[in-house]
Design a binder for this molecule. Structure first.
Ligand SMILES: N=CN[C@@H](CCC(=O)O)C(=O)O
Ligand SMILES: [Zn+2]
Length: 399
């Protein structure tokens, strides 16, 4: 989105040196004695001077589901790959069966608890996907659950339709794409028009033996035609040229990108298409790490997400930032920008969220440390650190 705030390394060439423009004063962080963070050179899109107080933004989650997949964790530890399990009917398809059987109330109850965990870890805006229904009935059930949370809870939610998360049993990818285009999307459009369900983004799992490039293109284009932002899974396990496709279609963001090509990175940088990197997934599945440094150096707007799902059971953006720093070699300021303003950009919401600035909605966290870096440095220590979480100026969590 033109004019949307976000920070890329190229626009702020000394970005690793600090978060602030030369004219801005480094703020203190909840106590005196906070060190001054050195100033950055001019950049087109400035982080706010209070960036280290901004509420965290989680740009990629799958938080609505039923069932339990801890047994798959054991299988993976014993050597099974994600695709071994998927192709044997486990993984997403396992969760689809349980989610189809669950009542809307059961789904809402576990979803609400999960959102509570995210909020206590400092998240004030979270992207939430459907995608464990695959059929229209269950996808709508999931989207109604997300809509109810959007209306009843204080945490900000960006809703994503992900009916192409896996190819349903008995269909080819192309047949599943036809069903989505002919039946799911028109219904979503109608429900959106009536104000019954608000969906922001469209997602597809573009992967070898899941949705090929052609089916992905058809689904995403049809979603865009009904007004959804394109924000999809690409180049995760195999190089698919998903980044190139996303740029061609005008995607706002692409997630994963462990296998993105050099050309894909360059195209994403020019198109200001955000890369949503998911350190928990690469860690859990022992994948090669996405090339965060190359993306940052080339000017891609890098965002972070927890990818919370039954495969990557992590609610915590502070832990995600820590993993991004250690495993993807991001600096702490880069990780903070990726988990705030850039994650908001990936969701098309950086004009209202992602930083603490006049004119935005007042999402912030307060921690009990003199240095904001402790939020990243203390691996798993966020419960001790976070004293308050505030959304739209209202305290939504107090330790
Ligand atoms: N890769 C596809 N989707 C999810 C995993 C979902 C699942 O395994 O249930 C992801 O982003 O990691
Ligand atoms: Zn995902």
């Amino acid at each position: 989105m033109m004019g949307d705030n976000a920070v890329s390394q190229r626009q702020s060439s000394n970005f690793t040196g600090g978060l602030f423009s030369p004219r801005e004063q480094a703020p203190t962080w909840s106590s005196p004695g906070c060190p001054t963070i050195s100033s950055a050179s001019h950049c087109e899109y400035q982080l706010s001077s209070d960036q280290e107080k901004a509420g965290l933004v989680d740009a990629h989650t799958h938080p609505v589901w039923a069932g339990e997949r801890v047994h798959e964790f054991a299988m993976k530890l014993a050597g099974a790959t994600y695709m071994d399990i998927h192709q044997a009917g486990g993984g997403i398809n396992f969760t689809v069966e349980r989610t189809r059987q669950a009542s809307e109330e059961e789904l809402y109850s576990s979803f609400q608890q999960r959102l509570g965990c995210m909020m206590r870890a400092g998240t004030t805006l979270v992207e939430c996907k459907s995608g464990y229904g695959l059929n229209l009935e269950t996808e709508l059930k999931m989207l109604r659950v997300i809509e109810r949370a959007r209306q009843e809870l204080d945490i900000g939610i960006s809703a994503t339709y992900c009916g192409a998360h896996s190819v349903p049993k008995g269909k080819t990818a192309s047949e599943a794409a036809d069903d989505i285009i002919k039946n799911h999307l028109p219904r979503l459009k109608e429900l959106g028009r009536n104000g019954e369900i608000h969906v922001d983004n469209i997602d597809v799992f573009c992967e070898k033996d899941v949705f090929d490039l052609d089916s992905t293109r058809r689904i995403l284009q049809s979603g865009k035609d009904i007004g959804l932002q394109i924000n999809f899974h690409g180049d995760e396990l195999h190089p698919m040229k998903a980044a190139e496709l996303g740029v061609e279609l005008g995607a706002q963001a692409i997630s994963h990108l462990e296998e993105v090509s050099d050309e894909g990175i360059a195209a994403m940088a020019s198109a200001r298409c955000s890369a949503v990197l998911l350190p928990t997934t690469a860690y859990m599945l022992r994948l090669k790490q996405p090339r965060a440094r190359k993306m940052l150096d080339e000017g891609v707007i890098v965002a972070l997400g927890s990818d919370f799902n039954p495969n990557a059971y992590c609610f915590s953006m502070p832990m995600v930032m820590h993993l991004a720093c250690v495993n993807m070699r991001m600096s702490m300021p880069e990780a903070l920008a990726a988990a705030t303003i850039n994650a908001a950009y990936a969701l098309g919401k950086s004009h209202t969220q992602g930083s603490l600035e006049v004119g935005k909605q007042g999402d912030l966290i307060i921690i009990n440390s003199p240095r904001w870096e402790h939020l990243i440095y203390q691996f798993g220590g966020h419960h001790e650190l976070i004293d308050y979480v505030i959304a739209k100026g209202k305290v939504i969590y107090k330790k």
